[in-house]
Design a protein around this ligand. Sequence first.
Ligand SMILES: Nc1ncnc2c1ncn2[C@@H]1O[C@H](COP(=O)(O)OP(=O)(O)OP(=O)(O)O)[C@@H](O)[C@H]1O
Ligand SMILES: [Mg+2]
Length: 369
Amino acid sequence: MTTHSGATITESAVLQALRSVEDPTQHQDIVSLGLVRDLQIQDSEVSLTLAFTTQPPATKAALHSGAQKAVSQIAGVTKARVKMGSATQPAAAAHAAHQAAPAPSADFIPDVKHTIAVSSGKGGVGKSTVAVNLALGLKQSGAVTGLVDVDVYGPDVPLMMGAKGRPGMFDNKILPVEAHGIKIMSIGLLVSEGEALVWRGPMIHSAVQQFLRDVAWGPLDYLVFDMPPGTGDAQLSLSQIIPLSGVVMVTTPQDVALLDVRKALAMFRKLNVPVLGVVENMSYFMAPDTGKTYAIFGEGGGAKVAEEFGVPLLGQIPLEIETRKGGDTGMPVVVGQPGSAQAAAFRQLAAAVTARVTALSGLQLPRIG
Ligand SMILES: Nc1ncnc2c1ncn2[C@@H]1O[C@H](COP(=O)(O)OP(=O)(O)OP(=O)(O)O)[C@@H](O)[C@H]1O
Ligand SMILES: [Mg+2]
C-alpha cells in the first residue's frame, strides 16, 4: 500500500528521469537507446531491467548506478531496483510481453503526421504485400505517403515497388527513392543482397534510426513501416525506437497464424503502441473464371481475434493470383489493376486505417520527451 501522500508515480515520470542517464560512448540516453525494459511500478517501488547489448563492462556499471540513482531521486519512490540484463539473451525475448515502452522521440521526424507499422505474428502472411498496397491506397486517397522497409532480414519492398537505384544525398540528408508516387526507404536499397543478414541488433537499431533522422522525408501525412515478423528482439527494439501512431496486424484466417498474432498483439499492448486493428489476408480465394469463393485457410479468424482484443477488423483481402504477380513484378495490384476486387479491398483498408487513426489521434495524450 502506498503510505506517502505524494502523487502516484507514473511510467512517464520514471522514463523522464531515466533520460538523464546517458551512454558516454553513444552520446544518447538509455531510454532513446531502448535499454529500459520490464519497467514495473508497484506503489512507491520501481523496478526495471537494463537490456545491455555490447557496452563495455565499465559503461554497464556506470549506466546501472546512474539509473539506480535517477529512479531513487524521483519524489515518492521508496525503493528502486535496477537489474542488469542482456538484449541478446533468449530470456529477454521471452519477457517481450512484459516489457514497458520507453516513449520514442517523435522529434526524429517532425514533419510526419502519422506513423503506421504493418506487423504480423509470423512470416509469410502478406505483411509486405499489405504494407505496399496500403501505402498506395493511402496515396490514392490524396495523402502524401512514405514507406519504410524495416524488415532488414527480408527487405522485399524495393522489389515489390519496382524501385531501382540507390538513394541520393542532398544537404547531408539521404533522399528517399520514389516509386508509384510514394517515397520509399529500405536496407535493400543501401546494401547488397544478403549483407544485412549478418547484422546484429545494434546495427539494425542505428540503421533504422538513420531512416528516421537522416532521410529527407519532407512533410508526410503517413509513413508506413513494413516490420519484421514475430515478437523477437528485432520487432521489439524497432517498436521502441519508431514513434508509432499505431500498428496494423496482418493475419491469415488460420488458427496457427492466430496464435502468433495474439502474442504480437499482446506485445504491442504492453509497449503502449495503439493497435489500429486486424487485417485478414488471404481471406478467401475467388476463382477468376466462375467468381465462386473458397475459404482456403478457414473462415472468421481475423474477426475472432479482433473481437478478442476489442479492435476493429480493418479489412479482408482475398487470395488472388494478380496480387502475388503484382508483388513479383514491381507493379502492386492497387496501381496495376485498380479496377479489381483486390485493389478495392486495399482501398477500403486504407479508408478504415485513416478513419481509425483520425479517431485515435484525437484521444491520444501528448508524447513525452
Ligand atoms: N492476398 C494475396 N493474394 C495472393 N498472394 C499473396 C497475397 N498476399 C501475399 N501474397 C503472396 O504471398 C507471399 C508472401 O507475402 P509477403 O511477402 O507479403 O509476406 P510477408 O508477411 O511480408 O513475408 P515475410 O515474413 O517473408 O516478410 C508473396 O509471394 C506474396 O505475393
Ligand atoms: Mg515481408
